[in-house]
Design a protein around this ligand. Structure first.
Ligand code: PGA
Length: 260
């Protein structure tokens, strides 16, 4: 893992956006894996700015989102389908028909998840996967003790995730759906490159476990230690429990070339 620590999340978001935009410029037909939640909003804002300035186009790109709440239709303002249109898709030139999000209203979620896996494969696979991390160490909605080789499937959210996400539901945990459809950890691990963002002190324990702890399904993100190409963008607060923070900064400051 390459651990990149910036003093602020604004700086980390800019650096992450530079990285993502240059990947899209190099490969306009890129297949992106996209995340929701509070964390990627700043990255998306930066990408929208770059699109508006004519620095990047998503016209030929396609995307697969990590997850969706089960039981929320795409026009519900708390669905991730709505979130993606609101925070990214409607503000760039990506073709909506090239974007994919698990269907939270699927009559048969099992079949819908299998179809999602097939669609990812048919696209050639996710080339650049954006990830956040839950305060409980989840990636996508793969909660602690998820199989580290899982595929897209229905999952039940933990109480911690429901409490964390209640802020999007007027602070009411009872309003948060208890189930979701999420790419599996095995699915995520097949992406070519991962960009994981984590900001704020509420993520510090999960980040330390992911980077420096043992690989364990208790912190699903720790499996990323086995992924060949992961960049982790952090602010100081999220990095505050890393034992080797100074080392990561030293390594990054001495990079001979940004691409190497
Ligand atoms: P957050 O969620 O960005 O809303 O903190 C992160 C995640 O659950 O992956």
């Amino acid at each position: 893992m390459e651990v990149i620590i910036y003093p602020t999340k604004e700086q980390a978001n800019q650096a992450a956006a530079d990285f993502v935009a240059s990947a899209v410029v190099r490969n306009p037909r890129i297949v992106l894996g996209l995340a929701t939640g509070g964390t990627p909003l700043g990255l998306y804002e930066n990408l929208i700015e770059k699109y508006k300035k004519g620095e990047v186009s998503f016209a030929k790109a396609s995307s697969f989102n990590l997850d969706e709440y089960y039981g929320l239709p795409a026009d519900d303002k708390n669905s991730y389908a709505y979130y993606m249109r609101e925070n990214l898709f409607d503000k760039i030139d990506i073709e909506l028909e090239n974007t994919h999000i698990p269907n939270g209203m699927a009559e048969n979620p099992k079949i819908a998840c299998e179809e999602y896996e097939r669609a990812i494969k048919a696209s050639g696979g996710v080339e650049l996967q954006i990830l956040g991390i839950g305060s409980d160490g989840h990636i996508g909605f793969n909660e602690p003790t998820s199989s580290l080789s899982s595929r897209t499937r229905m999952k039940t959210l933990t109480r911690e995730t429901i409490e964390d996400n209640a802020r999007f539901f007027d602070g009411n945990p009872e309003a948060v759906p208890t189930h979701c459809l999420t790419m599996g950890i095995g699915t995520i691990m097949e992406s070519e490159t991962v960009v994981l963002l984590a900001y704020g002190k509420s993520k510090a324990d999960a980040v330390a476990g992911m980077i420096e702890g043992p690989i364990t399904s208790m912190i699903p993100a720790s499996i990323l230690q086995m992924h060949r190409d992961v960049k982790v963008f952090l602010d100081e607060e999220a990095a505050s429990k890393l034992k080797l923070a100074d080392y990561y900064k030293w390594v990054y400051s001495r990079k001979p070339h940004p691409d190497w």
